[in-house]
Design a protein around this ligand. Structure first.
Ligand SMILES: CC(C)(COP(=O)(O)OP(=O)(O)OC[C@H]1O[C@@H](n2cnc3c(N)ncnc32)[C@H](O)[C@@H]1OP(=O)(O)O)[C@@H](O)C(=O)NCCC(=O)NCCS
Length: 198
């Protein structure tokens, strides 16, 4: 008994994972969100990809069903976040990823779906379980039957995280019109039947 409590991994206590109000990402933590995004994906902080992400967050927070979670250190600094929203016909990402799906797949995966839009942890805080907690909190919070996301082929840790949580590959090699040189996969999560664990 004593030995088990010594070797069991203890939850990381120097960080808090909590829900963020829709405006917190862009009003309270705008610089920290961009710092995390650029650090996690390896884009220069002053690149257009990072600067335009500020507008992207602002737009996404206005979508129906928006939910977000943040990981904060003891000083209250944001070091990671996850967010998503209800998928609606006409949204750009949904239209792109629905193209390679069959009509049956579209019906199943898009009828009542959550777009799991972002999950990032700054490199200084990675490997402590925060990405997993941010993922699990967002999945637990949304009410939809399915969830969908795109992940870059090069994001090996993210792909491992999603595979370990039951995400299925719907499209192995997806190219978006905005960055056709980057290989993504489209993954889908289905709500487990009641009484079953994922
Ligand atoms: C993906 C990401 C959010 C994971 O965050 P994290 O806090 O490091 O993740 P965790 O500590 O919870 O680890 C998740 C899993 O990956 C494993 N892992 C973490 N870092 C790893 C590393 N450097 N090498 C190999 N495996 C690693 C963990 O062991 C854990 O696996 P387990 O559940 O089987 O034990 C983070 O790496 C990140 O921000 N990456 C860049 C952005 C990105 O790709 N986002 C996803 C967009 S779809």
């Amino acid at each position: 008994m004593w030995l088990r409590s010594v070797i069991r991994p203890r939850p990381e206590r120097r960080f808090e994972v909590r829900e963020l109000a829709p405006d917190e990402l862009c009003e309270r933590f705008p610089d920290q969100a961009l710092w995390i995004f650029s650090g996690a994906l390896g884009f220069p902080r002053d690149s257009s990809r990072v600067r335009s992400f500020a507008d992207t967050i602002r737009r996404h927070t206005g979508y129906g069903g928006f939910r977000a979670f943040g990981a904060l250190n003891v000083r209250g600094r944001l070091v990671g976040f996850s967010y998503g929203y209800s998928s609606q016909p006409g949204l750009w990402w949904r239209e792109q990823i629905s193209e390679p799906l069959t009509p049956d797949e579209r019906d199943f995966w898009l009828r009542d779906a959550f777009e799991f839009a972002e999950l990032h942890v700054h490199p200084t805080a990675q490997g402590r379980g925060l990405g997993s907690r941010l993922h699990d909190a967002l999945i637990a919070a949304h009410p939809h039957a399915t969830a969908l996301l795109s992940v870059m082929h090069r994001s090996a840790v993210a792909r491992h995280l999603y595979a370990s949580r039951g995400w299925e590959t719907l499209v192995e090699d997806m190219r978006f019109s905005t960055e056709p040189q980057t290989a993504f996969s489209i993954l889908g999560w289905r709500r487990p039947a009641q009484g079953k664990t994922p």
